[in-house]
Design a protein around this ligand. Structure first.
Ligand code: NAP
Length: 471
């Protein structure tokens, strides 16, 4: 069995507490990790604190060079990394390869930010008291940053934290999700090989409920950057005190399809956006509001594509739908589908469960109060409801505790921009699904979807402190 020890202060660390990592599709063993105790959390933070002055002193060019060297090494190991992601998370291998490619882009954009990072002149003499004074606003690294990441994009979401943190001269303690720790450990080895100073990136593995509190409460930590569920995010914010906190949380993302929309474009995109990684994507298409004139056609055409999706083992090239992360999660989705049907929804296709796998499910007329509409599903299920006027549709999209991204299909730009302004989300995409993202764009949510923005340029801003120097 391949071992994946923790990575602390530039070396491997094993403990007495070993645990297998399993392929969620069939329970096969993907590797073995070790669970951290209090002393390992302490050692990781101490190493990051010790490495902070060395990281801070690296020139922009040196940081850029290390990040680009890591980029080259990751590119060489694309297939190995894709297989690790696919095995630990159950993500179909073709999607895992896309995740590695996106991680390469995230790393490259982060390296570029190391070059671009700069401050500005402050016009102090605009005030009578500032005559003769010059002001310089510089951006300085924060120090030790704790990065806590979820299971669904174990590499790229880690990269969205580690890349910008290192580009800005910080050090990092990374805690990957317990289900998917392997790709994070492989990434730390790559950074070490690329010449990152010992202690600048540490990876500890262990249950979030135990090591998460230790990391968040530790006074040596300057910032906690978290991607995961709103419940855990809220808990971390309450524990973090005056530390800087970025929260990238969940959603029940919506698409509006107007009667004039190009359905040839909208329908395949909505199917892909609803069922990629079995819907375990924070911006998965979960609620579709189609104008009543096209609703039935949208449903019919979506069912046609979804019912033919190839379900299978994540490592098989042809697989489009594989498992959820656990059987409990699959049972939860099964229950939510049953609950929606009892409340009057129609199940148009899919919904069957075998172990950890759920057939891609499309429902209609789901009441807004049903879990399938009101909460984050995080499974291969989408509700297609109808509306009469655009104002009705906007109100339905906004009737949500979440606000990460939304999309709209229409040929009428005036309507599109009206909706773009009225919908309360972090990102609104015209003639695109909410699941669309390129890695340099500002990305983050409102309401229960979180606070702060990622995308290397924006993450670097969150991960640096402004200091004014005057003379
Ligand atoms: P999760 O249960 O909240 O776990 C996320 C991370 O937090 C894991 O590393 C987990 O560790 C850790 N954790 C759990 N309890 C903790 C605690 N008390 N203190 C500190 N850390 C703790 O989320 P998930 O199930 O992995 O991921 C799904 C969620 O992530 C969904 O809500 C999804 O929408 C959200 N997400 C958001 C974005 C975004 O960019 N907005 C992207 C992807 C996913 P363990 O695994 O050891 O429990």
């Amino acid at each position: 069995m391949t071992e994946y020890p923790m990575w602390i202060d530039g070396g491997e660390v094993r403990t007495n507490d070993a645990r297998p990592v399993r392929v969620p599709f069939d329970g096969a063993i993907a590797g073995q990790i070790y669970l951290a105790g209090r002393e390992h959390v302490d050692a990781a933070i101490a190493a990051a604190k010790r490495a902070a002055p060395a990281m801070r002193e690296l020139s922009r060019h040196e940081r850029y060079s290390i990040l680009m060297k890591a980029h080259g090494l990751l590119g060489q190991r694309r297939e190995e990394m894709a297989q690790a992601i696919s095995s630990e998370s159950g993500k179909p291998i073709r999607e895992a390869r896309v995740e590695v490619d996106r991680s390469l882009m995230t790393l490259m954009f982060s390296a570029e930010e190391a070059h671009r990072l700069h401050g500005e002149e402050v016009p102090l003499d605009a005030h009578p008291g500032g005559k003769g004074k010059t002001g310089l606003l510089v951006r300085e690294p924060l120090g030790v940053i704790v990065a806590i990441t979820p299971f669904n994009f174990p590499l790229n979401l880690a990269m969205h934290k580690i890349g910008p943190a290192l580009a800005a001269g910080n050090t990092v303690v990374h805690k990957p999700a317990s289900a998917t720790p392997i790709s994070g450990i492989l990434l730390a080895r790559i950074f070490a090989e690329a010449g990152l100073p010992n202690g600048a990136l540490n990876v500890i593995t262990g249950p979030g409920g135990i090591v998460g509190d230790m990391l968040t409460l530790d006074p040596r930590v300057a910032m906690v950057t978290f991607t995961g569920s709103p419940e855990v995010g809220l808990r971390l914010r309450n524990l973090a005190g005056l530390k800087r906190v970025t929260l990238e949380l969940g959603s029940n993302s919506a698409v509006i399809i107007e009667g004039d929309a190009d359905l040839d474009k909208a329908v395949p995109k909505c199917v892909a956006g609803a069922f990629a990684h079995s819907g375990q994507v924070c911006i998965s298409v979960q609620r579709i509001f189609a104008q009543e004139s096209v609703r039935d056609e949208v449903v019919e055409r979506m069912c046609e594509i979804a019912s033919k999706m190839r379900i299978g083992h994540p490592l098989e090239d042809a697989t489009e739908i594989s498992s959820l992360i656990s059987e409990d999660e699959a049972k939860r989705i099964e229950g939510w589908i049953g609950e929606a049907r009892e409340a009057g929804a129609g199940l148009m296709t899919g919904g069957g469960r075998r172990g950890t796998t759920i057939d891609p499910a499309i429902l209609t007329d789901v009441p807004p109060s049903a879990n399938l509409c009101a909460k984050e599903a995080f499974g291969p299920v989408v509700a297609v409801n109808s509306y009469r006027t655009l104002d009705d549709a906007i109100a339905m999209v906004n009737d949500s505790d979440y606000g990460l991204q939304a999309g709209m299909y229409t040929r009428d730009l005036e309507k599109a921009f009206r909706a773009a302004r009225a919908v309360h989300v972090g990102g609104f995409h015209i003639n695109e699904i909410p699941a669309w993202r390129v890695d340099q764009m500002p990305y983050g949510g409102v309401k229960l979807s979180g606070t702060g923005r990622e995308g290397p340029k924006y993450a670097v801003e969150e991960m640096t402190e402004l200091k004014l120097i005057s003379w």
